[in-house]
Design a protein around this ligand. Structure first.
Ligand code: 2IT
Length: 448
């Protein structure tokens, strides 16, 4: 690759400066591969250490969370909020409650969020937070006590114009409710400090669906670049949480057939397509605090394949909607061998760098999460607008705005990512389009 030496030299410093943070290194590398060459070819962005500054969080808050479980035993968890970049607006990004949460994984997510939020066209900086607390196997009371303990520390740093958390893995409407209740109690303020709120108390219509719907709107446009439509296409989805649920709902509604969902325990194969009551059951599973998709197979008598991933089935479209680095080189080889047309990321960085390079080499339609899953944070931005104006939008209004934003992101990916042969490198396009806005704002705001 042209400028490989410059990319390597940049990465050498990032790795020295952030030892042991391999997921963060991976996310920065995936951006550096396209942005370092872009900076070299655009003198305006040189000499200001812009990428070095974007890769450095503006602030990291790390704290202890003590709480008691139902047996009265003391539990200790670690809480984080990474305030990554506020050039475009207040820090914005979800909270993840999952056993895999570390400073490393949240720095990767916060870094991705900066580019994603820039792509949404809204005024949103980037941040991310969470805890290594796992809701799996916990009772509702335990989750409530944990959320209160988490908020008792983090409330000092967040605010409707400062830093606005939302949900992510392990944090849905229930958790946002407990977090909001505690914020209100501690500050005596009812403000739009969190998004993903309940509809009756400041939430936006379609926020729960937004990430998955956005993925499908984006994927539809990807197919259209090749003159294809979604109708009748077989879609393999991974995960069974919020993003998967939204994606399954919208893909089915638009005439595609979703034939898999998955969990860490394996995947289910439903050749007739997941629809109707089965989609609603995905929502119910969340309240069981389980991460086993087998439960779905048991209930509906569909095939369950333990310890395997969906990509071994024959399908047309892959939507990885579970977690980072779930789709490895071998899986990418399965996808290419099975002649999939399109891979659109619903999760954040679910495909490893090796997998992404294989897709690009095979000229598959491939989009990174920062582009295709930006619908979630985009509707969070729309929730903030509704909160600030104290005026709720209708469902159709939110849906139109979401469609418009996904379409703008798609156009921007083409603008910066289409090569001479007509192939659209969505990763390159998303990186450059996201970078330009942030970099221009940083140049305007000086060295702070
Ligand atoms: O990864 C993501 O974009 C999210 N978890 C949503 C963040 C938000 O602030 O709505």
């Amino acid at each position: 690759m042209k400028y490989q030496k410059e990319v390597d030299s940049f990465m050498y410093d990032v790795i020295q400066h952030n030892p042991g943070e391999s997921i963060f290194h991976q996310a920065v590398y995936e951006v550096a591969e396209t942005i370092i060459p872009f900076i070299i070819e655009n003198p305006k962005y040189q000499g200001k250490k812009i990428m070095e500054r974007i890769a450095e969080p503006e602030r990291v808050i790390l704290f202890k969370i003590g709480w008691k479980d139902d047996k009265g035993e003391v539990q200790v968890n670690r809480g984080f909020r990474i305030e990554m970049n506020s050039c475009l607006g207040p820090y914005k990004g979800g909270l993840r409650f999952h056993s895999s949460v570390t400073l490393d994984s949240l720095k990767f997510l916060a870094f991705e969020q900066v580019f994603k939020n820039s792509l949404t066209t809204l005024s949103l900086g980037g941040g991310k937070g969470g805890s290594d607390f796992s809701p799996i196997g916990k009772t509702d009371d335990e989750i409530m006590r944990f959320c209160y303990a988490f908020m008792s520390e983090i409330y000092k740093y967040i605010g409707a114009d400062t830093d606005i958390p939302a949900g992510d893995i392990g944090v849905g409407g229930r958790e946002i409710g407990y977090l909001f209740g505690q914020y209100k109690k501690l500050t005596n303020q009812f403000t739009g400090v969190l998004t993903g709120k309940g509809l009756e108390w400041g939430g936006s219509l379609l926020r729960p669906e937004a990430t998955g719907f956005g993925v499908v709107y984006f994927m539809k446009q990807m197919l259209e670049t090749r003159g294809l439509s979604l109708k009748g296409k077989r879609v393999a989805v991974s995960g069974f949480g919020n993003v998967s649920w939204g994606a399954v709902t919208k893909a089915t509604e638009m005439g595609a057939k979703v034939i898999t969902i998955s969990g860490p325990d394996g995947y289910i194969y439903d050749p007739d397509g997941i629809s109707g009551e089965k989609i609603d059951y995905m929502l119910e599973m969340r309240f069981k605090n389980t991460d086993k998709v087998k439960d779905f197979a048991d209930k509906y008598g569909v095939e369950y394949i333990p310890n395997k991933k969906p990509w071994e089935v024959e399908a047309d479209i892959a939507l990885p909607c579970a977690i980072q680095n779930e789709l490895l080189k071998d899986d990418a080889e399965d996808i290419i061998r099975n002649n999939y047309i399109c891979v659109a990321e619903g999760a954040n960085m679910p495909c490893t760098s090796e997998a992404v390079h294989l897709f690009q080499k095979a000229k598959l339609l491939y989009s990174p999460g920062k582009a295709s899953n930006a619908g979630g944070v985009a509707v969070s931005g729309i929730e903030m607008v509704q909160n600030a104006s104290h005026y709720p939008y209708k469902k159709e209004e939110v849906d139109e705005r979401l469609k418009g934003i996904m379409s703008t992101i798609h156009s921007n990916c083409i603008k910066y990512g289409k090569d001479d042969t007509g192939y659209i490198d969505y990763l390159k396009g998303a990186n450059i389009a996201g970078f330009v806005k942030v970099a221009d704002a940083m140049l305007d705001q000086g060295i702070v």
